[in-house]
Design a protein around this ligand. Sequence first.
Ligand SMILES: Cc1ncc(COP(=O)(O)O)c(C=O)c1O
Length: 381
Amino acid sequence: MLEGIEPGRSPIDLSVGEPGHPMPDLVGPILADHIGEFSKYPPIWGTPELRDAIAGWIGRRYPPLRGQIDAERQILPLCGSREGLFSAIFPALSRRSELSDPIVLIPNPYYFSYAAAAAGAKAQAVYMEARPEFGFLPDFEAIQSDLLDRTVAMYLASPSNPEGAVAGEDYLEAAIGLARAHDFVLFADECYSEIWIEAPPAGALETAYRRFGDFHNLIVFQSLSKRSNLPGLRSGFCAGDPDFIASYAALRNVACPQMPLPLQDVSAALWRDEAHVEANRQLYRAKFEAAARILGGRLGFYPPQGGFFLWLNVSQKGGGEAAAATLWKAYGVKVLPGAFLGHQYEDGTNPGKNYVRLALVGDLPTTEEALARIVEWAESE
Ligand SMILES: Cc1ncc(COP(=O)(O)O)c(C=O)c1O
């Protein structure tokens, strides 16, 4: 959309959600120590050390789950969460092979891989609008029950991208309850769960365990991309329903990438370490405090409950696409029009239309400069 247009001032790019903080120091030495393991094929299940490290992290992050996760049957490493969010749709579809017209439920706005999965599985994507008046989370009451009976999977992101909305335990219980009642798989995308300002977001695994006593019909997706500032490591995992994990592992063993062994060693060390994660959160906190100070109440600013995005309402300034064009042309600030993250319904409406998304992934001074320019624009005629 902005190709060929020169920025009006020195460019600042807030449009790409790629974590930009320094990566943890422990990565280099561990990689060097284990470099020889690139000569081996890695197991699809991951090493016992990696699965133990992940189970340990889950138990520390969600204390009721301490000792409750079976590292052998309930955890599967992924090469980042994205490939998992895509390929997990296939076992979800297979477990409901009696359905001739399957449905995948997707929040709107949403992360693209959910829709790619539905398309890849030739399932119908049904979008669940995440309205501001409902805390930017989908309203499950609005989904017709005949659709739920045809559903193979529901994607739900908490914290969400782009709105930074967090689902509480009651909401997660409702989502898991629907999955259990209608026998679909809830894919809980929690890759932003470690970036929070005030309180750590609730988790779907913990909720399932507390409210239902097991993890049936639930798979949680996690990642080191945001938590540890390592989007290039391509390391994540999924955890939950052991029957689903077994069939997914069988598929992955013939069709999906394994995580190279040296990267499994690095990942295990990262899941064991919380100091770098806290330092990372502090860097985001400083930027969110700056955003509150500089933006004040302008453009519907609210501090996100999790994640690293601002979701600003620019309806008074002509909507997201016009705002993104002016901010770039006149102020040199690149932001993402919200409509790019939303599905447009048949009636032409798109829940992202009145918004722009800002990724606060750069350093503090650059972020402050960008926000000051946005205020200048907001106050212009
Ligand atoms: C909501 C959401 N889920 C999943 C991902 C995938 O992240 P990764 O594959 O790096 O774990 C992203 C990446 O931006 C995201 O925004």
